[in-house]
Design a protein around this ligand. Structure first.
Ligand code: GDP
Length: 202
């Protein structure tokens, strides 16, 4: 899929305040610093579309981007900030839960996982929570280009999949990406294109 247009269209505090769009939406979510803004910019081929490394905890809104006038990227506030109050955490849960549960036009949520670290409990818990809510999702491993002594992204990815299979019978679609190398871009865009095409034929 070629990206012909990509525009920021607005930010909303709750699902009920989001515009009643009819186009399919793909949500992006993950731990803070997972590489979400970089991935969105890489997919859209626009450097400053999603702001990279915004102040942690500040971006507590549902951010919408209209792509090719035919689908939306919805950038969801991340989880796992170290310094966040209980009240803020509860607000985040309510917002995310309402969006993921109620949004009729949500087609797939991409859950981003940092391939530079061993499987994290917080990611596994979030994925299991999505499963309980019956939200369709795919996994996106980020930063697969990193090469450091003692770091093996393939081992981390394999361990993550294994941990998931303790609770799940099968794995969701999985993408391995690097915003630095632009890898995984065409796979993700093809997945979105094919999913959109299926919706039209339904
Ligand atoms: P966000 O907080 O999830 O939106 O994450 P950002 O996109 O701001 O990225 C967090 C940090 O990881 C920044 O320092 C990025 O430069 C770095 N980063 C993001 N994606 C990649 C990647 O694919 N490879 C590498 N090596 N670094 C990345």
């Amino acid at each position: 899929m070629l990206i012909e247009s990509a525009y920021y269209t607005g930010s909303y505090p709750t699902e009920s305040k989001c515009p009643k769009n009819s186009l399919p939406e793909y949500a992006f979510i993950g731990r803070s610093n997972v590489g979400k803004s970089s991935l969105i910019n890489m997919l859209c081929d626009r450097k400053g579309l999603a702001k990279v490394s915004g102040t942690p905890g500040k971006t507590q809104l549902l951010n919408f981007f209209e792509i090719n006038k035919s689908w939306y990227i919805v950038d969801l506030p991340g989880y796992g900030y170290a310094r966040i109050s209980k009240t803020k955490r509860r607000e985040w849960e309510k917002m995310i839960q309402s969006y993921l549960k109620k949004r009729q036009t949500l087609v797939c949520a991409f859950v981003l996982i940092d391939s530079n670290v061993k499987p994290q409990q917080i990611d596994l818990e979030f994925i299991n929570w999505m499963g309980e809510m019956h939200v369709p999702f795919a996994l996106v491993f980020t930063k697969t280009d990193r090469k450091k002594k003692g770091l093996d992204v393939e081992v981390n990815i394999a361990e993550f999949k294994k941990a998931l299979l303790e609770n799940w019978e099968e794995l969701p679609p999985v993408f391995e990406t690097s915003s630095v190398l632009h890898s995984g871009r065409s796979e993700m865009l093809t997945f979105i294109e094919q999913t959109n095409a299926k919706l039209i034929h339904e």
